[in-house]
Structures are given as structure tokens and as C-alpha cells.
Design a binder for this molecule. Structure first.
Ligand SMILES: Cc1cc2nc3c(=O)[nH]c(=O)nc-3n(C[C@H](O)[C@H](O)[C@H](O)COP(=O)(O)O)c2cc1C
Length: 244
């Protein structure tokens, strides 16, 4: 599967089969996270791999009891370590870049997992302090997200996406462009429009022909009727004449 297909088909998976995942696959997923972009390439993340069911259960309890956490084959807790980021980028580094860097790593991991046939969900609803405690994390580290992963036991419904024309502005916030598809070189939209127009034109032509045929039929009937009458009249006259 190529990158675009992987992005387009990835969905959150919250139910998992009770099948263990190979260590090699797990490490490939973690490596995908470590390859994510980060501010100034600080790579200010740590990844805690959790596959101990007892620990998973504890984490689930402090993640509003989400079942996907203790039902998963394993968890990856993505943690930020803001020390360097803060040093280089100050408050913006600490408050924003650390979060964004870890988010980039999380998405990379979910995509890599999906490409390898592993389903997963990004979990953000958890008690940060409790998770720190359970995983014996130092003060400066912060759990940013938990990924629950495993072989999928569900196929999610179709996902409704917001329209790109509504989401995208051009050169200025709030400015929309009419033919976004052309900018994206997606000419299928133009062809679809042309095909629709051709269908409408054909339907109109059919209707016009139907009405014209109906009108002509009525006219022929009327005309035919009166001609017949005239012909009958003439025959009657001839008979009368012959009788005389
Ligand atoms: C920051 C963040 C936090 C999330 N937290 C949770 C969560 O706590 N529990 C959960 O089941 N899903 C969580 N999700 C997953 C979203 O619900 C899911 O991505 C969204 O509904 C879109 O569906 P999709 O991933 O199938 O495209 C989270 C996603 C993000 C990005």
C-alpha cells in the first residue's frame, strides 16, 4: 500500500484479536515514530512499550476505563521530555513544540501500524499524574498520548469527511477558490460535470421529442379524421347522383 492509500484507509481500531504481535513489527512501528519530524530535530520523545496485562489494566483504569487499553496487544505511551526543547525554544518550545513533535510521532506510528496490518487508536483521555506514577516517569517527562495497538477485531463504519472546499482557504484566511479540484489536478470532477451535463441534455432532448411526437399524432389524427369525413361525404354524393 502506498502512503496516500495508507492515510486514506487508516481508522481508529478499538477492538483487538487475542493474538500477540511480533517484536519485530512492534519495533518497526516504534521506529516510524522516531522518524517523525521534530522542532530543530530535537527528537524530544520517549516511547514506553507496555505489554504487561496488569500494567495495562491499571492504565485503563486511569484512562476513564477505556476497554481498548486493556484489550490491546500492547500500548505505546508517547512521552515528551521538554528539557532540550525549552532550552532551545523557550516557552513556545515547551508548550507547543513538545506537543506537536509527539503528535507527529504518534501519527507516524499509527500509519506504520496500519501498513503492517496492525490496528490502533490514539488515546488522549487519561489522568496524566496517575500514568506518570504507574510508569515511574521522572518529573520533567510528560505522557502525551497512549496508542493501543493489536490485530483488528472490527471494521469501522464509513467516515464522513468535511468538504475540502470548506476547509481550505487561499492566500488569506476565509478566501475560498471555486475550482479547488483543478488546483489539485483532479480533472475527474470536470469529467463528471461534463457527463452530468450530457445526461441532462439528452433527457431534455428525449422530452422534447416525446412532446413533438404527441402533438404530431394528435394533428394527424384530427386531419385524418376530417379527410375521412370529406371522403365519405364525396362517396355519399356520388351514390345519390347515380341513383338519380
Ligand atoms: C488528541 C486525540 C485524542 C484522542 N483521544 C481518544 C480517546 O481517549 N479515546 C478514543 O477512543 N479515541 C480517541 N481519539 C481517537 C479519535 O476519536 C479518532 O481519531 C476520531 O474519532 C477519528 O476517527 P478515525 O481515527 O477512525 O479517523 C483521539 C484522537 C486524538 C487525535
Amino acid at each position: 500500500m502506498d502512503a496516500i492509500e495508507c492515510i486514506a484507509t487508516r481508522r481508529s481500531i478499538r477492538r483487538f484479536l487475542n493474538i500477540p504481535v511480533d517484536q519485530e513489527i512492534i519495533m518497526t512501528i516504534i521506529e516510524a515514530g522516531a522518524r517523525a519530524p521534530s522542532s530543530g530535530n530535537v527528537q524530544d520523545w520517549k516511547f514506553v512499550l507496555v505489554d504487561d496485562k496488569e500494567i495495562m489494566k491499571k492504565i485503563s483504569t486511569h484512562s476513564v476505563g477505556q476497554e481498548c487499553i486493556h484489550n490491546a496487544a500492547f500500548l505505546i505511551v508517547i512521552c515528551s521530555d521538554s528539557e532540550h526543547t525549552e532550552l532551545h525554544y523557550g516557552l513556545r518550545g515547551e508548550r507547543l513544540y513538545t506537543v506537536q513533535n509527539c503528535a507527529a510521532a504518534a501519527e507516524n506510528m499509527l500509519l506504520a501500524a496500519h501498513a503492517l496490518g496492525i490496528g490502533g487508536v490514539w488515546v488522549g483521555a487519561f489522568d496524566e499524574e496517575k500514568i506518570k506514577e504507574i510508569l515511574a516517569m521522572p518529573k520533567e517527562a510528560r505522557p502525551q498520548s497512549i496508542l493501543a495497538l493489536g490485530y483488528p477485531a472490527e471494521t469501522p463504519d464509513h467516515k464522513k469527511l468535511k468538504d475540502l472546499n470548506i476547509l481550505t482557504y487561499f492566500n488569506s484566511y476565509g478566501v475560498r477558490i471555486k475550482n479547488l479540484h483543478r488546483l489539485l489536478n483532479d480533472y475527474s470532477y470536470d469529467w463528471e460535470t461534463k457527463i452530468k451535463q450530457a445526461h441532462t441534455a439528452m433527457e431534455r432532448l428525449k422530452e422534447k421529442t416525446r412532446k413533438a411526437t404527441q402533438k404530431t399524432t394528435v394533428q394527424v389524427k384530427n386531419k385524418g379524421g376530417s379527410l375521412l369525413e370529406k371522403y365519405k361525404e364525396r362517396i355519399r354524393a356520388k351514390i345519390k347522383e347515380n341513383k338519380r
